[in-house]
Design a protein around this ligand. Structure first.
Ligand SMILES: Cc1cc2nc3c(=O)[nH]c(=O)nc-3n(C[C@H](O)[C@H](O)[C@H](O)COP(=O)(O)O)c2cc1C
Length: 183
């Protein structure tokens, strides 16, 4: 599949079959994630592939009842949690390199984007889930203090590839030439 086709056809998938994801397929997804750029190659992203029903249950309990992706987390055979180690990315000699502070979330996002695009290429679905109780996810995964979960996604085979395409802004709305101006 062409990269542009993968980018254009990736959609948030909120209904999954229960078919397992072979470990070799998961490995390809993580291989793509591993190759993402990161601040000074600090590589602070960590993934948790959760299959254990008890841990999956704890993760679902950390997500709001009204979250449209809640059921998907139970349906898919794997919940992938992307976490980042704080205090390394974006830092030089212990101090933030710019006023944006910690770049861990940025680096995790780059790795996750690679992962979800690769997943799409392999016929897997994903939907990023950001509305959750951070403390509950940390407790469920027994994360150390310096590691924070930034995003979750179910990982599995979609029941259908016929997802609604949410409209996107035109490039003219996103792009400024040379300097900011009111649009
Ligand atoms: C950081 C982030 C957090 C998100 N959190 C949720 C969420 O909690 N629940 C959900 O159903 N979708 C969530 N989404 C998915 C977006 O709603 C979705 O990407 C957007 O509507 C565009 O649709 P598409 O992914 O099909 O192109 C999240 C997406 C991002 C990037």
């Amino acid at each position: 599949m062409e990269l542009s086709q993968v980018i254009n056809e990736r959609r948030s998938v909120r209904e999954y079959r229960s078919d397992p994801v072979p470990d070799a397929v998961l490995e390809q997804v993580l291989e793509a994630a591993r190759m993402a750029p990161s601040w000074a190659n600090s590589q602070v992203t960590r993934f948790f592939a959760v299959k254990d029903p008890a841990v999956k249950q704890l993760i679902q309990e950390a997500v709001s009842k009204w979250n449209p992706a809640l059921d998907a987390l139970g349906q898919a055979p794997i919940i992938l949690v992307a976490a980042g180690i704080r205090g390394k990315s974006g830092f030089y000699k212990g101090a933030p390199s710019n006023s944006n502070g910690d770049y861990a979330m940025f680096d995790v996002a780059l790795a996750v984007e690679n992962a979800i695009l690769k997943a799409r290429e392999l016929g897997l679905g994903t939907v990023l889930v950001g509305i959750f109780n951070v403390g509950k996810i940390k407790a469920a995964l027994k994360l150390p203090a310096e590691m924070d979960p930034f995003i979750l996604t179910p990982l599995g085979y979609p029941t259908s590839n016929d997802q609604f395409v949410p409209p996107r802004k035109e490039i003219s709305e996103l792009l400024y030439w040379d300097r900011y101006e009111e649009k």
